[in-house]
Design a protein around this ligand. Structure first.
Ligand code: PLP
Length: 419
């Protein structure tokens, strides 16, 4: 199987697995049981992991709330602001957000009578395809706007929104800015101060970490953000999210993010990782098992571009959904979403069943409705049903890309002949 669905999830990096293993049987304590050493060891690991993550995103360790993933982080951000003692009753989001933002927004509207503005995005084929219009945001945001939630990198079409300008508009109008940065953290430099985030959701399994663990950054320093907890119980994490902390998951998430940061910025891996309790990770990338090439964003971009080139050389024009592939500031370098005119994408996936790709978000794969993201771009049914999403990741190789392109070209040719 060739795995080209890295927006849905990623394979856990072997170095992350190595960092997590001792937490299951050696540092197995409950991070809340600080009355003895076993618990204190686990507590230290959680603190250290929070510090590692905070350091990478320019935050403070006490601004990190661990969750079960970005879905929970988004729910905590949106419902947490809704339930905070705040007279403001308006929220803004965009039509192309993940369902993990749109659905809690819907609940806030139905059950708590907030007004919700869903901003449209630029039409397919235009210069602004997939991007929100900053003037429309400026007109929508008002004194009664409690929260604006706009994602950084789109999980289907890879669009990168103009985050800094969005933050500036929100803050000028006194609105809290939440960003679902699940597809951007670990792939692009993310500094919460530089980008102006008040709340930021992210998840470990999109960055070669384990599933079932994520975090919400909650600004405390200058603009202190008030959130009401959504899960009550033992009062863990200062009461912001009750429940026993997933210590192996948290260690895995910190290790995964550290590896991404090292690769992104070319720094060596921290030997202090996890308070010295866990074996230091190999700083030499080539020592890592199962990795056959040097890992760098530009390598992933090269793979993505070469896939598109190989496909179009043989198949002719394949219209791109979203921003052009060379628009580095407004499209994730790992994302390709394009149409195969005259071909049904599901039939194509069935024919090429050794290449894992998708037609849209994994989280809505059970939903038979066509992608709401592609709809928002103004695509007609025929275009939507011919579209495939490719997510290139760390473990993909040039050989895999060439093989996938050959298989897809053969299948598309066959399907076109059958029309
Ligand atoms: C942009 C975005 N937000 C949220 C989520 C949900 O993340 P999780 O699976 O960690 O709950 C995803 C996962 O597909 C995503 O891509």
């Amino acid at each position: 199987m060739i795995y080209l669905d890295n927006h849905a999830t990623t394979r856990v990096d072997p170095r992350v697995v190595r960092a997590m293993l001792p937490v299951f049987d050696t540092y197995y304590g409950n991070a809340g049981s600080v009355t003895h050493e076993v618990g204190m060891d686990a507590h230290d690991l959680v603190q250290q992991s929070a510090a590692t993550i905070a350091n990478i995103i320019g935050a403070r360790a006490d601004e990190i709330v661990f969750t079960s993933g970005a879905t929970e982080s988004n729910n905590l951000a949106i419902l947490g602001v809704c339930h905070a003692d705040n007279p403001k009753r308006h929220m803004i989001t965009a039509q192309t957000e993940h369902k993990a933002v749109l659905d809690p927004m819907g609940r806030v509207c139905r059950e708590f009578k907030f007004d919700i503005t869903q901003l449209p995005v630029g039409e397919w084929g235009s210069q602004y395809a997939g991007l929100i219009d900053l003037n429309a945001l400026e007109s929508a945001v008002a004194r009664e706007t409690a929260l604006v939630s706009i994602m950084m990198g789109n999980n289907e079409i890879g669009t990168i929104q103009p985050i800094k300008q969005i933050a500036e508009i929100c803050h000028r109008h006194g609105a809290v800015f939440h960003c679902d940065a699940t597809q951007a953290v670990g792939k692009l430099p993310v500094d919460v101060d530089d980008l102006g985030f008040d709340l930021m959701s992210f998840s470990a399994h999109k960055i070669y970490g384990p599933k079932g663990v994520g975090a919400l950054y909650v600004r405390k320093r200058d603009r202190r953000i008030r959130l009401r907890s959504q899960i009550d119980g033992g009062g863990q994490q200062s009461g912001r999210r009750s429940g026993t902390v997933n210590v192996p998951g948290v260690v895995g998430m910190a290790t995964a993010l550290q590896l991404c940061a090292d690769e992104l910025f070319g720094e060596s891996v921290s030997q202090e990782n996890c308070a010295g309790k866990i074996d230091p990770i190999d700083s030499d990338i080539e020592k890592a098992k199962d990795i056959d090439e040097v890992i760098e964003p530009h390598r992933i971009k090269q793979l993505r571009d070469s896939l598109y080139r190989l496909l179009t050389e043989k198949l002719g024009t394949l219209p791109i959904n979203g921003q052009p592939l060379d628009a580095e500031d407004s499209r994730l370098y790992c994302n390709l979403n394009c149409q195969f005119p005259g071909v049904n994408a599901h039939s194509l996936m069935t024919m090429v069943d050794t290449v894992a790709v998708s037609t849209g978000s994994a989280c809505t794969a059970a939903d038979p409705e066509p992608s709401h993201v592609l709809r928002s771009l103004g695509l007609i049914d025929e275009q939507i049903h011919s579209s495939l999403r490719f997510g290139i990741g760390r473990f993909n190789t040039h050989a895999e890309i060439a093989e996938s392109a050959d298989l897809i070209v053969a299948a598309v040719t066959k399907l076109r002949e059958m029309i």
